[in-house]
Every structure is written in structure tokens, then in C-alpha cells.
Design a protein around this ligand. Structure first.
Ligand code: PEP
Ligand code: MN
Length: 360
């Protein structure tokens, strides 16, 4: 997987627009709903039509998908629109039926990526086919599982691979349905710079009015495409109603996105960038210098505590420091979330230095 252009080339090979747009309902519900949605998306920037046939529901009793009959509707939609068809597969049986019904794109859902048995079974069933296969991140924030799934498909000879970022489960409720954890996705992008990277803002946000902003954020990070749940009557959708948009809204979202270039070759851009990066480099090295000095002080505190046989962790002091820093930080335009992460990391390193003194 060396040549970035060659690997991303299935997007250009197949003449898809850049960025790639995949749209369609969360679930296929009726033949009419599938055909109407697909026809409304025909002739837009959409290259691939998505629809869930089997739905993995967190709890029983919800709508679990129409099953095999839906594959016939997708075949019809493909004949009428020329769009490629994409479905989620979770086992070898799904793959078999997808192949029989000439489905073009298969994606592995977040609840399946976590399960190496299931991913291997899917990879075996797909062995040496020419299908496009997209791997969603696992529900839990685990980079290795995500990588492992891509490796299993790669080993099965799948050439047209892509990656979907749909966010991660959290116990605490946030403004997202699934927290994006951008850094994990950035690490994945770094690992597979040659594979197309697709944002799934529908499952990240869970709310249709946040979709545009998250998609733009992904394009700003150089993503190659998006998969957006689109339904002719979102409010009455049988699954994921709050996050689906109409075909008209989808087209609006896509046309308002700003497409960034990978770089710009003009002299003024390059020179200005260089100057600013020099400043950043200088600040970064100053930061390290200050943090290094701070750790030396922490070691002295460690020595003092050791001498008096006092515990390393002093919760009261730590909470005071954090509260003060959150306040100071906000005056400097730094988010509370960042301050907490930053000082937790500093505090941990500081404890490690004190431990070293304790054990010496
Ligand atoms: C879906 O795309 O409808 C879906 C079930 O997604 P995820 O696997 O990301 O939850
Ligand atoms: Mn969905």
C-alpha cells in the first residue's frame, strides 16, 4: 500500500466526483421509498446509493430491516438511476446475497468491526472479488481493531478499500451521538494515507442540523468523501429519523461545502506558511523547555515528600490547580476540554517523575 494515488484511484477510476458522495436512507423500508429517494438523487453529485437491509439494533423490538427483498428494490433503483448500490454486511450470508444481487459496495458496520471473527468471515466470503469495501470504525475507540479489519480485507485480496469514520460510543452524553475523537481518525488516516477516507456525519451527530458543520470539518482535514443518510420523508423514517435529511437538503449541504486543496504552490502561500511554521516550531520548543523545567521542580517536590513519607498524589491541590488553569485558560481562548486533557497529561508525567524519585 505505497502509492497514494494508485490506491485512492478507485474513486477516479470509476469517475466518481471529488469529494465522493454516498447518500440514501438509513434503511430500505419499501420499494417506493427506495426508488423515490434514488430517483431524487439521480443527476446530482451522488455517486453511490446507500440503504441498510439488515439493521443492527441495540435493543430488540425495533425495526430490524426488510431483509433480502430489499436487495431486489436496490437492483431496480440501480437500473433506473445508474447509481452504484451500497449495503451493510455483517456476516458471510449477507455477503453471499449481496453478490447474488449485484450490489457494488459493501460496508462493514461499527458493531461488526469490533468482532474479528465476523470480519474474517466477511473477508473470506469476499475473497478476490472486485467489490468496493468500506470499513467503519469500531464502536469503541480502538485503533487496532479498525486497522485489523482493514488488514483482514486487504489479505483477502480486496483492492478497492475505503474507510468510514462514524464516531465512537461514550457513556457520558455529549452533543454528539457518537463522539468523533478526531485524533483516532487522524491516526488512521496517517496509517492508511493511500485509502479514501469518508466521513459519516449522520451517525456522528445524530442530528440533521449538525451534519453540514461536521462534514466541513472533515473536508478541512482532507477527507475524500462523505456518507449521509437521506430519506424522502426523514421525520417518518423507520430508523434514525432525527439524523436523516431530504434529497433536497442533501444537495444543499453538498453544494455549500468548501472543498480544500491538498496544498497551494504559489510563492506567497508557501512563504507565509513557512514564516508561521517557524513561529510554531519556536513555541513548541519553548513549551518543551518549560515543561521539562516543571518536571524538575516536580522531582524536587518528590524528594521532599519522600523525606517526610508523604503520598505522591495530593487530590486537593490537583483540583485547585485544575480549576485555576481552566479559568486562566478560558481568558486565553483555550477550551475547558483542552485544559483538562493537557493538565491531566502533565499531571500524569509529573507523578511519574515523582515516582521515579520515590523508587530511587
Ligand atoms: C448505518 O450506517 O446505518 C449504521 C448502522 O451505521 P453504524 O454501523 O455506523 O452504526
Ligand atoms: Mn443509520
Amino acid at each position: 500500500m505505497k502509492d497514494k494515488k494508485a490506491m485512492k484511484s478507485w474513486i477516479s477510476e470509476l469517475n466518481f466526483s471529488h469529494p465522493l458522495v454516498i447518500a440514501g436512507p438509513c434503511s430500505a423500508e419499501t420499494e417506493e421509498q427506495v426508488l423515490k429517494t434514488a430517483l431524487e438523487l439521480k443527476g446530482s453529485n451522488v455517486s453511490i446509493f446507500r440503504a441498510g437491509i439488515w439493521k443492527p439494533r441495540t435493543r430488540p423490538g425495533g425495526f430490524e430491516g426488510v431483509g433480502e427483498i430489499g436487495l431486489k428494490w436496490l437492483q431496480k433503483a440501480k437500473a433506473e438511476t445508474g447509481l452504484l448500490m451500497a449495503i451493510e454486511v455483517a456476516n458471510a450470508h449477507h455477503v453471499q446475497l449481496a453478490l447474488e444481487h449485484d450490489i457494488d459496495v459493501l460496508w462493514i458496520g461499527a458493531r461488526t468491526t469490533v468482532n474479528p471473527f465476523a470480519v474474517q468471515e466477511i473477508a473470506d466470503a469476499l475473497q478476490n472479488t472486485d467489490k468496493i469495501v468500506l470499513v467503519k470504525n469500531p464502536v469503541n475507540p480502538d485503533l487496532s481493531l479498525w486497522i485489523g479489519a482493514v488488514e483482514r480485507l486487504h489479505n483477502a485480496g480486496i483492492k478497492k478499500l475505503g474507510i468510514i469514520h462514524r464516531g465512537f460510543s461514550t457513556y457520558e452524553k455529549t452533543k454528539y451521538r457518537n463522539n468523533p475523537e478526531w485524533q483516532i481518525a487522524i491516526d488512521m488516516q496517517h496509517k492508511y494515507a493511500n485509502l479514501p477516507f469518508i466521513i459519516d456525519p449522520s451517525h456522528i451527530t445524530g442530528k440533521r442540523d449538525m451534519i453540514f458543520q461536521v462534514t466541513q470539518e472533515a473536508l478541512d482535514l482532507n477527507y475524500d468523501g462523505m456518507i449521509i443518510e437521506t430519506h424522502i420523508d426523514p421525520d417518518n423514517a423507520w430508523s434514525d429519523a432525527a439524523q436523516q435529511v431530504t434529497p433536497t437538503q442533501l444537495k444543499d449541504i453538498v453544494s455549500n461545502l468548501i472543498i480544500r486543496k491538498e496544498t497551494d504552490e504559489t510563492d506567497d502561500y508557501q512563504q507565509n506558511l513557512l514564516k508561521l511554521r517557524l513561529q510554531i516550531d519556536e513555541f513548541d520548543s519553548k513549551l518543551l523547555e518549560v515543561i521539562g523545567k516543571r518536571m524538575k521542580v516536580a522531582e524536587s517536590i518528590g524528594a521532599l515528600k519522600k523525606e517526610k513519607n508523604v503520598a505522591v498524589l495530593q487530590n486537593k491541590r490537583w483540583n485547585e490547580v485544575l480549576e485555576k488553569m481552566i479559568l486562566d485558560g478560558s481568558q486565553k481562548g483555550l477550551s475547558e476540554e483542552f485544559i483538562i486533557q493537557f493538565f491531566k497529561a502533565i499531571h500524569q508525567e509529573s507523578i511519574a517523575h515523582q515516582e521515579k524519585v520515590f523508587n530511587s
